[in-house]
Design a protein. Structure first.
Length: 338
């Protein structure tokens, strides 16, 4: 088989967030927003609005776990958590809490929106979104009777039943995903997750009418099924990491988790994949995907696996990289054909 490991490393360098560029810019945007937030909350309190304090904001998601991928459309993002010192029972409508944050930040840029899972501040360049910061709002485990954090879901205009507090512990989730992984093993895990994220953006585009799984869903799927893969010589000695082997193993395991289940709504059997939250086991990261989107996800994974296997079966490095580029895009290196 062709040795394409160095090309996976080069691909990772091409698609991951640059700590000296993109991450630095996002960090600077974050600090500006948090200063504006603090000032805006203080003004509302002076005007008579009772707003509880909030803890020091924390990074979450791919930015915090160093799993970020440069978006194809150029819209970079960072996720920030805001945990307010309040219980969900005190404010049964979470949109009220989100409105404090929106009002504090409104006007900071031309575009600040309350979205279902967060308040988003957009930065534009040339009239196009270039960066955005998502602020997720939480009620504190210290105030909730069950000792859990809850994230505010909902936005203005939605029905009352669509506005709710959902159990969520992003920091514990990050700890679980990264625990037990260190050194080069952890770096291979990150490279593999970033490959899946870029593949998803290219091959499961909403433009095709399909709702793709979120990046965190792919990350959790990798957490469940990833296994370190290394190359060995004739004597069984490790000679380096094998990202292609790790991806083949991971994608195969995810595909094997698909089940056929009866849909009462569609009155037929449909393919179903459940990606369970490793902290809150009752939450499924694929619960909001339609059967059409789920089938598209499964078919997409099948096409990816086929490309990975073609790359594994050939001894021609050029041909192997060509097969990989068909699924992973032109950022995957293509050596000269010799």
């Amino acid at each position: 088989m062709a040795d394409v490991q160095k090309y996976f490393v080069q691909f990772d360098e091409a698609i991951r967030f640059d700590p000296d560029a993109e991450k630095a810019i996002l960090a600077e945007k974050r600090e500006r927003i948090l200063r504006r937030l603090s000032e805006g909350i203080k003004r509302q309190r002076v005007d008579g609005t009772r707003i509880p304090s909030y803890e020091t904001p924390f990074n979450q998601g791919s930015y915090a776990m160093n799993l970020g991928v440069k978006p194809v459309d150029g819209d970079f993002d960072i996720d920030v958590g805001l945990r307010f010192d309040l219980s969900k029972d005190e404010y049964p409508d979470p949109v009220v809490v989100k409105s404090w944050v929106h009002k504090a930040l409104d006007g900071h840029t031309k575009k600040v929106e309350v979205r279902r899972s967060c308040v988003t501040v957009y930065y534009q360049e040339g009239g196009e979104d270039a960066y955005h910061v998502d602020l997720a709002i939480y009620s504190s485990r210290k105030r909730n009777t069950d000792g859990k954090d809850y994230i505010a879901k909902g936005k203005p205009g939605q029905k009352a039943e669509e506005r709710r507090w959902e159990p969520s512990d992003p920091q514990e989730l990050q700890n679980v995903i990264l625990s037990g992984r260190s050194g080069e093993d952890a770096q291979q895990f990150r490279r593999v997750v970033r490959v899946l994220k870029r593949w998803k953006e290219l091959r499961l585009s909403p433009q095709h009418g399909r709702k793709a799984p979120k990046g965190i869903a792919l990350t959790v799927a990798a957490h469940h099924d990833f296994e370190v893969s290394v190359k060995k010589d004739a004597f069984g000695k490790n000679t380096g990491y094998d990202d292609l082997g790790a991806l083949i193993c991971l994608v195969s395991r995810i595909l094997n988790r698909f089940e056929s289940s009866w849909s009462t709504e569609e009155r037929r059997y449909v393919s179903c994949l459940r990606i369970r939250h490793p902290v809150s086991r009752d939450y499924d990261f694929c619960s909001n995907m339609t059967s059409t989107s789920m089938l598209g996800f499964k078919d997409g994974l099948g096409a990816l696996l086929s490309a990975l296997m073609r790359a594994r079966e050939t001894w021609d490095v050029h041909a192997a990289c060509q097969a990989l580029r068909q699924q992973l895009g032109d950022d995957f290196p293509l050596p000269e054909n010799r």
